[in-house]
Structures are given as C-alpha cells and as structure tokens.
Design a protein around this ligand. Structure first.
Ligand code: PEP
Ligand code: MG
Length: 763
C-alpha cells in the first residue's frame, strides 16, 4: 500500500497556492490543481472540492481528482444533504472509516458509492461564512486518521479567502445574463465652484493634484483622460491586458514587501478579474466584431460596474472601484508603454466611502491625497491615511464630485481645508509650512538625552504605531517606546483572521524594531466602526455601543487567546506591556488578565519561549471605567487614557460624525474632570499613566494634561516634532495653575475664555 506523505509538507505546498492561483486561468483550473496536489500527498483515491452557492443554498461539485470530471458542475447537494452537506451545515469535519454505514450517507452513482469506504469531509469557512467543502475518499477502510483531518482543515483555512474572492466572480457571471447592458447617463449638476471649502482634519500634511472620483456604487465608468488616439486593435488589447496583469502583480508584490503586516492579497480582486477569461473574452469578442479596443473596454467594464453596483451582495458592491481602476489601467496601457500609468499619481482622490483596504490601494497607486465627502468614514480610515502619510480632509460639500478633471486641488490635512485652483500665494504658504515642519522634524531627530519641560520636569514622548512601516519614523524621531500599538490593522485589512504565527511575526518585528524601549500592545479593538468584513457577527444597530474591543475578545476567546499568546511570545526578552481597550468594569479587567495569565502558564508548560510577566494595563475610555478608576488602578500595572473614545463616550458624540463635530469638545468640563480623576487614581496607586490620542495639535488639552500630572504622551509619529516642541517650551508650574482654573470653571464658554499659558512664557 502506498504510504501517505508528511502532512506538514502538504500544508506548506498549499501555503504556496495563492501564488499558484495567480497563474491559473480560472477558479476551476485553480481548484483542479489543488485537488490533484492534495490527492497525491494524501495518497487518496479521490479528492474533490464542492463550492457553496449562497443564493441556491447548494453545494456544487467544482473540481475533482479521482471522480469523473463529467460530474463537475452537475452534482448539487443541499445544505445538510449527505455527509458532505452535513459537514457544511454543522460546520464540522466528518470522518468515517466506511462512510456508507452512516445514516446520512447518500448514494450518488459515480460519486458516493460503496467502493469508496473511507470518507473525510471538512468545511471550508471564512470566519463563519460557508465557502465550500473539501472531501477525500478512498477504497481502504479506516484510511484517514486524526492527522489527516487536521491537515485538511489547515488546507481548507488557507484556501478559503481565495475561493471566496473567486466566488464573487462566479456570482457575477450568473448575474450577467440577467441584467441589461445599458450605460446610465449621469448628469453633472451644474453650479459655480467655490474656491475654498472648510472641512475638518483627517490626516496631516498637504497635497496638490487633479481631482479623481473614487467609488460611489452605481456610477458609470467615465473615461476622460485616456491618451488620444488610443483606439486599438485586438493585438493592442492583448498587449494591454498582459501588461495590466503584470503591473497588478508587481503592485501586490511591492506592497507586500513594504507593508508585510497588513497588505496580503490587497489586489487579489483586480488580479482575479483581469485573469478571468470571461471578462477579457467579452472584450476580445467585441473587438473581433469590429469595435475598437478602447470602446470594448469601456463597454464591458461599464457593464460589469452596473452589475456589481446593483448587486445585493455588499462584497460585490465593494468591488466597483476595483473595476474602475482596472478599466482605467487597461485603457492607459492601450496607448502607452509607460509604467506609472493607470494609477493615481498627481491626483487627489475624492471619495464618498472608503474601506481600509482602499486606502492601502490608493497609497500603492501613488495617490497624492484624499478628500472624504460626507458620512462614509471610519476612524480607522483616517488613522490608516495618517500612518501612510497620505493627507486627508473631511468635508461635506458634494460639489467636489462634479469638479471637471482639469481643476487643481490643494488638500490641507492639518486644518481639513480644500482649496480649488489655489493661487501662487496659497501654494507658497503651504510650501513654507512644510519647510518648517521638516525643520521641526530634524530638530526632534537630533535630540539627545532625556526630554524635560522648560522648568526641568521629565516627560516622555511615545509613538502610536498602527503599521510596522511607521517604526522607522518612530525611531528616527526618538520616541521613547511605543505607547499604543493598534493591533487590529493586520486583522482589518486582511480578509481573514491572521493565525497565531502570523501575528507573532508582526509583533516580534515590532518589539525587535524598538530594541530595549518598551512596547505597549493593545489587544484587538474591533467592532464599532471597525467591523471585520469577514466576520459576519450580528448587524448591530448601534455598533459603538455594541460588541467592540475587549467585549469582542471576551466573547470570542479563541481569537483572544491566539492574540495574547502571539504577543507574549513576541515580547520574550523585551520590555512588553499589554493593555485592554474599552474596559468598563474591574470584572472585565480581571477576566481579561486571568486569560492572559493562563496563556503565560500554558506557554511555560509547552516550553515555548515567552515573556514571563508583561505589565498589564487598562485603557480608560469609558465613563464607567472612570467611576471605578481607583479600583482599576489598584489592580492594573498601568493606566492609559484613550482620549478619542473617552470624549466620545463621555459626551455621547460619535467621533466619526461630521455633523456634530462641533460638539466633540475635549475641553468640556465633564471631560476635564474625568481626566483629573484618572490622574489622581494613578498618582495614588503610583501607576504610570499615559495619554494616547490626538493631543498634539490641541494646546489647551495638552497643557491641561501636563497640569494634572500626565507625563507620558503617545502620539502618531508625524505629530512627534510638534509635541516635542510644545513639551520643551512648557512650564509645568504654569500648566498646573491653568488646569486649576479650568477645573474650577463650570461652562464651556468660560473655559474657552481662560488663556493658555504662552509657550516659553513668564515663569
Ligand atoms: C483612543 O480612543 O483615544 C485611542 C487611542 O484608541 P482608538 O483611537 O484606536 O480608538
Ligand atoms: Mg479607543
């Protein structure tokens, strides 16, 4: 009897499948390669993949090694039907020494017959979403064992994302035949364009460029800046197609090199569509029938866009912009051989909605800046833009969507303003500001020794890190450690939960990058406006008050444990601090810390190198936590104020709602008093206290915090020079007097009248 190969080998070769997929012509092709590899390694007579169709709720045999290929596409099983359907229905593997003895066995000639005794099925899942089932069969009774089940589960997990993306395309092909292929006429509303639009800041810095509209499902595909004369023959089209494919693959590789922690498979939908023979085939056919290549691209991409935009499936609707990108890239590649075509270089992107992955795509495609218009923004989109140094302003004026493409825009991300066709004077003002920012940067970078205020009080500046790419700036600007690592970015931007190993590699790079400086890792803060697209969960009508942050971790303990283990392992030999977000009670904290301690114990027992006793802290972000801050300070090793959320929840003002941003007041007396109570508790229990949040550009809040005793400030790397300057010119004595006055004042108006002590001032 042939022996089975090592399962580890098999899992590794499947790990390379994402690459394999890119070389395959279609999903069926790809899965066919997968089943052959698996059948070979497992020495199984049959390996098949069934894909789950959500609308019909049926499993379709899509690829098989060992059964007749004639059956592919023909065999359909209901959810729960036969052992295969049952595995998917109950979301569990099913292994039988001889499957046909099981009462659920369903006889299908050529597929499930008595000659195949041994049976093993594992569901392919993306989060809890059903993607399909992978099935092994063999004539030898009891052929599969527990190790085979585990190996097949690992393979299914690795395949899930790729298949899910490809499934979107399959849905689309079905929709194609139903929908009319007519382009809709979009009429630009005409009104005089203003020269200046006041908005609010999203991500600092300034950018200039021509406007490009991003997304807005339902829009038509407009090609207004394609090179003239790019009509194109079939040969031109085929060259452009190949070039587009290569460019996209290069983009993906480059992005993964630069942003390894977050950027996996960002361009997978583009690549998938461009490789889809039905997509390119429709265009070739139109060209063969006499249409120019340019018009064929416009027609087919336009049709696809209408279909995606009208789809009920939100994941398909999200792909509208990917299609537009692809269409533009194809058209540009028809007319030129330059490499930087089809991207957003020298363009300011105007968007109604953006996903975190969109921001990465825009960054990879060289966008100069972003203007978010109304609603559709999540705090993490702005945070990501900040991390990528992509200036962003948030405005409410929809006229920006109607700007002709030849206008020039200037985005001021620090103030949140937009200038249309700025004159030379405005442009030179911004250049000067940028120059002084650079000077402040090199001053901060050249700083040696401990940081003290003007009156000699020791203070520390730490960095907020969202992505590993920011480490370099944090080090260059002399951050004394990481005060907040937002661990959710690898979770948000990917399309599946990263494994413990993947997380470990990211966290290890982080702690090693900071050398002997302390690194404070915050456990997963998802939920609220940071939903995981691949984790269906419950649609919450009020997500900010829902299953967010530590509540999510305590509900899904396996996700939490994996993350804690990865963090504790990564911290080995380094100054590691771990803190929990959105703690609302001492009970929350004790439960979370209990799990953390259990993880340490487990790692010890397993002899896995790890940090034996990281400092464990609590983020104070809720009024409830402020009420019990004394007891929290008694329990925790350190406290960290999440200023952005503390203001949001104290004042019940959504931090992402543009319409009420004037009510988001960091100097509201309730906020100031809450901050004071936190500082008092930290001092009483001699706990270190840091403030993480956007404080650097707010001198009133910053001075107040120094006045009540906060000494550690954790800010985005870009804000370090500014806060460095503010801290070195601050007198703590003046700040204390200022804070005392603020605390004794009851109204917002009166607080606003109290003068902030001048930097480098009197005392
Ligand atoms: C905060 O709430 O202030 C904070 C630092 O966390 P985040 O902005 O990630 O919610
Ligand atoms: Mg927060």
């Amino acid at each position: 009897m042939p022996t089975k190969k090592d399962n580890v080998d098999l899992i590794c070769s499947i790990g390379e499948l994402a690459g394999l997929f890119e070389k395959s012509a279609s999903l069926e092709d790809f899965l066919q390669t997968v089943v052959s590899i698996v059948a070979y390694h497992m020495r199984a007579a049959v390996c098949s993949v069934y894909i789950y169709e959500e609308d019909t709720q049926e499993l379709v045999l899509t690829a098989t090694q060992g059964l007749s290929m004639e059956n592919a596409g023909q065999v359909r099983l209901k959810l729960g039907e036969g052992l295969t359907g049952l595995a998917l229905k109950e979301l569990r593997p099913i292994r039988e020494g001889s499957g046909f003895h099981n009462p659920h066995f369903k006889y299908i000639p050529g597929i499930y017959e008595e000659k195949y005794q041994a049976f093993l099925a594992v569901p392919i899942l993306r989060g809890l979403t059903r993607v399909g089932v992978m099935v092994l069969q063999d004539p030898v009774t009891d052929y599969f064992d527990e190790n085979d089940t585990k190996a097949l589960q690992a393979i299914a997990a690795q395949l899930a994302t790729t298949i899910e993306n490809a499934k979107l395309l399959m849905t689309l092909h079905r929709m194609r035949s139903d929908l009319a292929a007519e382009l809709k006429e979009a009429e630009a509303e005409f009104r005089e364009t203003p020269r200046f639009i006041k908005g609010s800041p999203g991500a600092g810095g300034y950018a200039t460029g021509r406007p490009t509209i991003f997304s807005a499902a339902g829009e038509q595909f407009v090609v207004d800046d394609a090179p003239a004369g790019a009509g194109g023959t079939l040969e031109d089209f085929e060259r452009a197609l190949k070039r587009t494919e290569e460019q996209l693959e290069d983009l993906q590789v480059q992005l993964e090199e630069k942003l390894a922690d977050v950027a996996s498979m960002i361009f997978s939908a583009h690549i998938l569509i461009v490789k889809d023979p039905k997509f390119s085939g429709s265009m070739s056919e139109l060209i063969r029938n006499g249409m120019s290549a340019r018009n064929a691209i416009i027609t087919v991409v336009g049709n696809y866009i209408s279909m995606f935009a009208e789809s009920k499936n939100p994941r398909l609707r999200e792909k509208v912009q990917d299609l537009k990108d692809l269409g533009h890239r194809l058209i540009h590649n028809l007319g030129t051989n330059q490499d930087d075509v089809g991207d957003y270089a020298d363009h300011v992107v105007i968007a109604g909605e953006l996903l975190p992955s969109d921001v990465l795509k825009l960054h990879a495609q060289n966008a100069a800046g972003i203007i978010m218009v109304g609603g559709g923004m999540t705090a993490h989109v702005a945070i990501l833009a900040r991390s990528l140094d992509l200036p962003m302003a948030i405005v409410n004026d929809r006229i920006l969507f109607d700007l002709p493409p030849d206008r020039m825009l200037l985005v001021d991300g620090d103030q949140g303003n937009v200038y249309i066709d700025p004159d030379d004077e405005v442009l030179s003002q911004f250049r000067e500001m940028e120059e002084s920012r650079r000077e402040a940067e090199s001053f901060a970078a050249s700083w040696e020794g401990p940081l003290v205020t003007r009156d000699g009080v020791a203070v520390r500046i730490l960095a907020n890190i969202n992505m590993l790419s920011e480490l370099e700036a944090a080090r260059r600007l002399k951050a004394e450690g990481v005060g907040l690592y937002r661990s959710e970015f690898p979770f948000i931007v990917r399309s599946n939960f990263p494994s413990e190993e993947e997380q470990y590699r990211v966290y290890r790079t982080l702690v090693e990058g900071m050398g002997d400086r302390p690194v404070t890792m915050r456990t997963l803060d998802v939920g609220g406006d940071k939903a995981l697209s691949y984790f269906p969960g419950k649609q919450e009508s009020n997500p900010f008050l829902g299953l967010r942050a530590i509540r999510f971790s305590l509900r899904y303990k396996d996700v939490f444990i994996q993350q804690l283990r990865a963090m504790i392992r990564a911290g080995e030999g380094h100054a590691l601090r771990i803190m929990f977000p959105l703690i609302s009670s001492v009970d929350d904290f004790l439960e979370a810390r209990g799990i953390l301690r259990q993880c340490i114990e487990d790692l010890g027992r397993e002899n896995v190198p790890h940090h034996p006793r990281p400092d464990v802290g609590v983020m104070i972000e809720l009024p409830a936590a402020v009420e019990v801050v004394d007891e929290l300070a008694a329990e925790a090793d350190f406290l960290s104020i999440g200023g952005n959320d503390l203001v949001q929840y104290t004042l019940a003002v959504d931090r992402t709602n543009e319409h009420i941003s004037d009510m988001y007041l960091t100097h509201h007396p309730a906020v100031l008093r809450a901050l004071k109570r936190i500082a008092v508790a930290a001092q009483k229990h001699k706990r270190s206290l840091s403030f993480c949040g956007e404080v650097a550009s707010n001198p009133r809040l910053f001075t107040y915090l120094a006045g009540i005793g906060v000494r550690d400030f954790s800010v985005d790397a870009r804000a370090i020079p500014r806060i460095h300057k503010a801290l070195t010119s601050l007198s703590v004595k003046d700040a204390e007097a200022f804070s005392g006055k603020l605390l004794a004042t009851a109204t917002i108006r009166d607080i606003e009248k109290i003068a902030i002590p001048a930097p480098g001032g009197s005392s």
